[in-house]
Design a protein around this ligand. Structure first.
Ligand SMILES: Cc1ncc(COP(=O)(O)O)c(C=O)c1O
Length: 385
């Protein structure tokens, strides 16, 4: 008996394991290979030394939630109440899971857009719901709002939205948010807006949060991750911002799911944000430099690098130089170039014939340079063959 018969080990875990086995460079799973700010390490140690080692409040440390409210005010120009609208969660993953359990019941429907982050559909299924997967339109992975409107039914309760988008590396426009707001108007639908890459928007663009959209903010769970913003995916601390009615329901699930989140880490993060309130603002430039470095290094490879508007990923299109499925191509890169990547088809319910693999750019410059050299060598061999 299985509640998730189709689910196996995720492509991220599989690729990371294969990268270790083959001693390959791991540009697959999305995590940095460089050190975190040593000040954060000191603050974690200080929080434990100060004795913050027992249960934290269920909804999260008040001091940390106040810091988040201040950030939301300065970044998105809106006031959210730290007490009733912010919940600290075990990474964004728990925020997504708990929010889905809070609103989806047996027979309810959710909509996700393919290529979709892998945790969305299993969360919906475990709640007894059905997840409709609508592909983003090519070229450029764009929303087709007419198609989305046509897919809504009486049972649609939730739309899972993600911007900046992993793995498409696109950023939703103000017009996309407008269209989403119009779509749910007059319907009993809430939005789960996955904004874990909120700071990572390139080329002077900006992130449009549901929190600053008047029609969406009252109907949305907005989900964020300190793992992404502090370059420390192992911290497993995230948060959800939602209006009080939704937050109440979220916390009913959260308190029986994780109950509360690491107390010393919450103290350390709150102290870190107090010392470095602008740390998030540095992320776009930091990752943009890495994106540009990798794009430059692969410029003559023959691979096509579609525009990356945000996130810490870059897609690589091999269609002009190699044949075969993306799974086969990723396996070739692993074995023949010793570079681990993530093929896109596992992000689809019904994979179309796309020729993309995803590269993580949250790596040391030296790792990116070495990966580019290996990919260039491999491309050279493909051209000669
Ligand atoms: C789009 C997206 N949502 C959610 C998550 C999960 O975030 P966390 O590590 O905080 O659970 C990730 C992590 O890669 C992600 O890319």
């Amino acid at each position: 008996m299985s509640k998730l018969p189709q689910v196996g080990t995720t492509i991220f875990t599989t690729m990371s394991r294969r990268a270790r086995e083959l001693n390959a460079l791991n540009l697959g799973q999305g995590f940095p290979d460089y050190d975190i700010d040593p000040r954060l390490t000191e603050l974690v140690a200080a929080a434990m030394t100060a004795g913050h080692n027992q249960y934290a409040p269920m909804e999260g440390l008040p001091m940390l939630r106040e810091r988040i409210a201040a950030k939301v005010r300065s970044l998105y120009g809106v006031s959210v109440d730290a007490e009733s609208e912010i919940t600290i969660t075990l990474g964004a993953t728990e925020a997504i899971y708990s929010a889905v359990q809070a609103v989806i019941g047996a027979g309810d429907e959710a909509i996700a857009f393919d290529p979709a982050y892998d945790s969305y559909e299993p969360a919906v299924r475990l709640a007894g719901g059905r997840c409709l997967r609508l592909p983003l339109a090519q070229p450029g992975f764009r929303y087709d709002f007419e198609r989305i409107a046509a897919a809504l039914t009486e049972r649609t309760r939730l739309i899972l939205f993600n911007s900046p988008h992993n793995p498409a590396c696109t950023v939703a426009t103000a017009a996309d948010l407008e269209a989403l707001g119009r779509l749910i108007r007059g319907r009993n639908i809430v939005v789960l807006s996955d904004e874990v890459y909120e700071h990572v928007v390139f080329d002077g663009g900006r992130h449009h949060s549901v929190l600053s959209h008047p029609a969406l903010a009252p109907r949305s769970f907005a989900v964020f991750s300190f793992g992404k913003t502090l370059h420390a995916t192992g911290l497993r601390v995230g948060y959800c911002v939602a209006p009080p009615e939704l937050t109440r329901e979220l916390r009913k699930v959260h308190q029986f799911n994780t109950f509360s989140i690491s107390h010393p880490l919450q103290h350390a993060i709150a102290a870190y944000l107090a010392e470095r309130p602008d740390s998030g603002a540095a992320l776009a430039g930091f990752f943009e430099a890495k994106r540009d470095r990798l794009r430059r290094a692969l410029g003559a490879s023959g691979f096509i690098l579609p525009p990356a508007e945000g996130t810490y990923f870059q897609l690589l299109d091999y269609g002009a130089v190699a044949a075969g499925s993306d799974l086969e191509f990723a396996e070739r890169l692993l074995q023949e170039a010793r570079v681990a990547t993530i093929p896109l088809s596992p992000f689809y319910a019904s994979p179309p014939a796309l020729t993309f693999v995803r590269l993580c750019i949250a790596k040391k410059d030296g790792t990116l340079d070495e990966a580019a050299a290996r990919l260039n060598d491999f491309a050279e061999r493909l051209h000669r063959a």
